[in-house]
Ligand binder design. Sequence first.
Ligand code: SF4
Ligand code: SF4
Ligand code: SF4
Length: 353
Amino acid sequence: MVGTPCQMVAATKMDKLLNEEFPVDIKIGLFCMENFSYSYMKEMLKEYDADMKDVLECRVEKGHVWFFLTEDRTVKIPLSKAKKCVRKNCTVCMDFTSELSDVSVGSVGSPEGWSTVIIRTEKGLKLIEAAEKDNYIQTKPIADSGLKIMEKLAKEKKSKSKEEIKKRERVGRPVLYRREIFGNEYENEVSNCTFHDLKGDVVDIGACVLCGACVYACPEEAVAIKDRKPELVGKCVEGCNACYVACPRTYIPDEILSKESDNKPFGDYIKIVSVKAPMVKGQDGGVATALLTYVLSSNIVDNAIIVDKSSIEPWKPEAKITDNIAEVLKASGTKYSACPIFKPLKESKEGGS
Ligand code: SF4
Ligand code: SF4
Ligand code: SF4
């Protein structure tokens, strides 16, 4: 799968903590500074006499959000103005570089046409080496100046979010996922937590990242995303805490994400390189797309989870599972609003594929 840092956290928690096999084998995380509320963004575009349905491409670059529209129109909104559309949950997010992925990909730190790739696991290292050997990507050492820019942004995100977390703690709206907690203590804390606790601890305090992990994890199909929020739509089974455990914004045991990582700008990693994917066009230099194409073509995975634009609501991101390379290439490019990425995984589990 390819996803944001918060989605990587959910995938890792489900893989390590749920009592069932989790089907995601390779996690390609993206760099992410923040995400925008789709409905606020739509409203803001109206102020510029523009409509989402006319947007061909959207980018965050050089201090602005750029919308490239039909009829050669461009709308350029200063980031300072667009900030009012940032989802509340993103203001307590400390992870810029997808610290729990196998490889992380982003445009910051590398020259135009190249991406920065942080290789974090042995699996990630093998993937990059194999994709390069088969000419899907090219790598080169990252420049020190690039590393410095990345470090500055990553540190800024951590320190701003740390302040916001402290602020929220002071007014009784705790942000549980960055509290230090270990094995047994973790088990005790979450053992009796149900959807009711998830709602109180995450959704109602504006910490939900809208990832859909709670929908995926529920064995009873009792959770659904309604009006951009998870809701209980069925009856809970006694003793079940799966949705609470899966959520990236409830406690994370230190064994999975240590408190120490709050002081490491990029988390743990093996190495950082600049990477180019000449065959694909995309904001991350097409590298995430090239890697997905490679793992599908080489039968390393059977399917990929991708995020494409909705066919019904223009530019609204929509997650789907596919084994079709043309679909992977079509979905290339960053989407700047949240989407329940684990929902289609649930549908495929129910469909038995
Ligand atoms: S919470 Fe927001 S800023 Fe953090 S990874 Fe998710 S989308 Fe990005
Ligand atoms: S049954 Fe579903 S909604 Fe209820 S606690 Fe379990 S996972 Fe959550
Ligand atoms: S409440 Fe559900 S959708 Fe929201 S962050 Fe937690 S798992 Fe994801």
